[in-house]
Design a protein around this ligand. Structure first.
Ligand SMILES: Nc1ncnc2c1ncn2[C@@H]1O[C@H](COP(=O)(O)OP(=O)(O)OP(=O)(O)O)[C@@H](O)[C@H]1O
Length: 368
């Protein structure tokens, strides 16, 4: 197990009671403001000492209050990347990066400087001072500095929150590479379901200091009810698809998933690239018959596997489309009127516009 957390902690009027395990290469902690994400991250890094409980990282116990174990912060080998990079302004990028190693025992310095620099695409920045870097570049250097300390876990507390959408889009591919090739598991605090849909392999959802869901990203994200307080509109199914061809005449790219073929606005990824696609539940409508005379390009036949009835007018209809899970958020009224129930064959109709290039991530193939 990469991360095993079972802690209780009180601060002011707030009570945290969090229990979850994660084996993911990138675990996202999601929840509304004040739900306890930073408190958990601080307890793992050693900035906060939980009142009760246990924390283990890669099998190594960092906190076990029953047995009076509290490993000091500097011995935990946890990398931390803050919202604002916190680089040393008087050192150039090279020395900021090298600073990361100083606290790691010599025999345990395994991360290769050149590999980390290459992974994060910062070779051309090595002689520059932080004040001359863009926000995204600063964050890449901050991530590099943390990695060069050979951490057992990398904590990222909303590392992209201060960046605009364009800068975020620039840095996502580096986080994907880090997840797939970096060799260090990551915990990412995020407010954005779109970001989680793109990056996470596991998700922990918090609400008022409690864990309300945790598990593989594809499993958690397709239950939109977990995201009711914020991010409901972005939740949906994660599926893997390969670029099968580019249709230049119509500026479209055709993807092949187990569920069927999907046409999306033209992508730059070469044929054969494996992509993670988020099919947002709110962008899908269901039809009992194969639609005709419709402008929607993407129609996936499937069988209803279950219906999640929660509070309110909407429900999640979970489908099995050729082995890919797909979820549609529809009204309870439609469920009744169409006679939807498990086992019924339907067609999921997805508007081409539902494929947001920002929600498409390159996947190493084992990240779902
Ligand atoms: N030192 C403290 N003393 C008292 N209360 C605190 C302290 N630090 C945090 N809190 C409270 O604990 C709760 C959880 O805070 P935390 O920062 O973990 O939430 P969060 O989910 O990370 O929120 P955000 O997304 O806004 O960063 C909040 O209600 C906060 O006001």
């Amino acid at each position: 197990m990469i991360l095993d957390v079972d802690i209780r902690h009180r601060q002011g009027g707030f009570a945290l009671d969090a229990c979850f395990q994660s084996d993911g290469r990138l675990t996202a902690l999601f929840g509304p403001s004040g739900s306890g994400k930073t408190t958990i991250v601080n307890a793992v890094s050693g900035l906060v000492r939980p009142d009760h409980g246990r924390i283990a990282v890669q099998g190594r116990v960092l906190v076990d209050t029953k047995n009076d174990i509290v490993v000091p912060k500097h011995k935990r080998r946890i990398g931390y990347v803050f919202q604002e990079g916190r680089l040393f302004p008087h050192l150039d990028v090279r020395y900021n990066l090298l600073f990361g190693r100083w606290f790691t025992p010599r025999g345990e310095r395994k991360a290769s400087f050149d590999h980390v620099v290459d992974l994060l695409g910062i070779a051309h920045l090595l002689d520059r001072r932080p004040s001359t870097l863009s926000g995204g570049e600063k964050q890449r250097v901050a991530i590099g500095r943390a990695l060069l300390a050979d951490p057992h876990l990398l904590l990222m507390d909303e590392p992209l929150a201060s960046l605009d959408e364009a800068r975020k889009a620039e840095i996502y591919p580096y986080i994907e590479r880090l997840r797939d090739e970096g060799g260090v598991p990551i915990v990412l605090v995020s407010h954005s379901v779109a970001e989680i849909a793109r990056l996470a392999t596991s998700v922990v959802v918090l609400s008022e200091g409690q864990v309300i869901a945790s598990g593989p990203a594809a499993e958690v994200l397709r239950h939109t009810g977990f995201f009711a307080q914020s991010g409901l509109t972005e939740a949906g199914a994660l599926i893997e698809a390969r670029v099968s061809r580019h249709d230049e005449a119509y500026d479209l790219t055709v993807l092949q998933a187990r569920a069927g073929t999907l046409s999306v606005p033209s992508l730059l990824h070469p044929v054969g690239t494996s992509l993670r696609v988020c099919l947002r539940a709110r962008d899908i409508i269901l039809s009992l018959k194969a639609p005709e005379g419709m402008s929607a390009l993407n129609v996936l036949p499937g069988l209803i596997s279950s219906i999640d009835i929660g509070e309110g007018a909407s429900v999640d209809v979970q489908l099995d489309c050729g082995g890919d899970p797909v979820v549609a958020r529809v009204t309870r009224k439609s469920v009744e009127e169409l006679g939807l129930r498990p086992g019924v064959a339907v067609h999921a109709i997805i508007k081409s516009i539902a494929f947001d290039p920002e929600a498409l991530g390159v996947t190493g193939g084992e990240n779902m």
